[in-house]
Design a protein around this ligand. Sequence first.
Ligand code: ADP
Length: 494
Amino acid sequence: MTAVQAEQGVLAGDPRMLIDGELVQTAGGATFDVVHPASEQVAGQAADGTVDDMGRAVAAARRAFDETDWSRDLDFRVHCLTQLHEALERNKEHLRRVLITEVGCPVSVTGSQIESPIEEVKHWTEHGRKFEYLVDNGVHDTPLGPARRKLHYEAVGVVGAITPWNVPFYLNIAETVPALIAGNTVVLKPAQLTPWSGSEYGRIVAEETDIPAGVFNVVTSNANEVGAALSADPRVDMITFTGSTATGRAILAAGASTVKKTLLELGGKSAHIVLDDADFSASLPLAAMMACVMSGQSCILPSRILLPRSRYEEGLAILKASMENFPVGDPWTPGVMQGPQISETQRQKVLGLIQSGIDSGARLITGGGVPENLPVGYFTQPTLLADVDPDSQIAQEEIFGPVLTVTPYDDDDHAVAIANNSIYGLSGEVSSADVDRAFAVATRMRTGNVTINAKSHFGIDSPFGGTKQSGLGYRNGAEGFKEYLAIKTIGMPE
Ligand code: ADP
């Protein structure tokens, strides 16, 4: 029996916030409920922080940046983040249970949500340790004689990190650890539905690391105004955000008056172009799995499948069989790959979009409702819709459910045109027996990332970002680290 199987069951997270080095409740003691999506039961509470709490956290982060050596003492930062990595390792099974409790993510697929981010702490610590913060850019002629230019990479300042609920622990780490090792101070505002992946992170920082008071703060809240206060606060130098495009626009607007640096990873509506020479039996079952594995709650999911008209029904049959056999159920049961949607509101949104697809002429091939054997919990059937009009709402709006839409195309040009018919430009996928042909198609997709033949574009080593309304800037890779740094160019005597 693995450690995971030994230690199962709902586990409430820490109900406190971390503000200026203290694990605290909000002044009036207000809390809000956290619900386990697989049982619909309240699993515990989180602090319902206020705009005042956010103000105190930002003040602490500002002071820690302006008045301590944090931003200048790389050795100390490496020491603290090495401690953080070790502490997260020690708390791994606890964090996994808290994550499953608040997200409903199946235990069998928690590796990318627990092991990967913990590994990333180590990666970023090493990356930050080795980074060249001072680069000699050579001697250049100027009207006043030759000048040497040196580039000094410096922390941006106070970073506000706002995270969503779909992969909360991973994103809490991905948005804050590169910022911290680069010398910034941070205020983290986790999503309402998943406060504990943030509060547990705060507890571990406070109890098990030497990270100084104010350098890292976590403010949980059930109110959007608290995130809005962070994104508008003039004491904050940068916002890093993952979430919906609508909220991204609000954050960009809120930061405009103080010209905040803003890193946005927003929505997607990615297309998977299956070329007519592709191995359908390899690519389509995987496509179905990707749609279901996080209950479809993933921004990079290629949710629009484009099939060649010549092999359309063949492709639909494979997708249908894969979705009908997908293991949906209790997230604590090993082998289950799809859990519930995170909330009833989200499930209703998904079911509403499926209905809008049917209303606009799409053909329901399988799914479309609630699994009969799972009346409790916010479960949704894996759903396949064919003949989807590329201009319809279901082809244009992010669904965030276990739903694939399928649209036929005539030739490669037509497929590319349908794929690019979107306000989003996050990811894409191409399947073909001919990798050169797939590559040519990939270069024509207006997205930040493309996967060819299931070889994923996503990883800590390579930049990840969206084009069009899918985002600004990059996470991951050397580029992702530099986002948390400003360059000071110093002209000086040779
Ligand atoms: P979703 O729509 O999927 O719930 P959102 O993009 O609304 O996701 O939320 C992601 C994060 O943004 C959450 O932490 C949420 O609290 C926060 N948020 C929501 N509205 C705002 C806002 N106006 N300003 C800043 N943060 C916000």
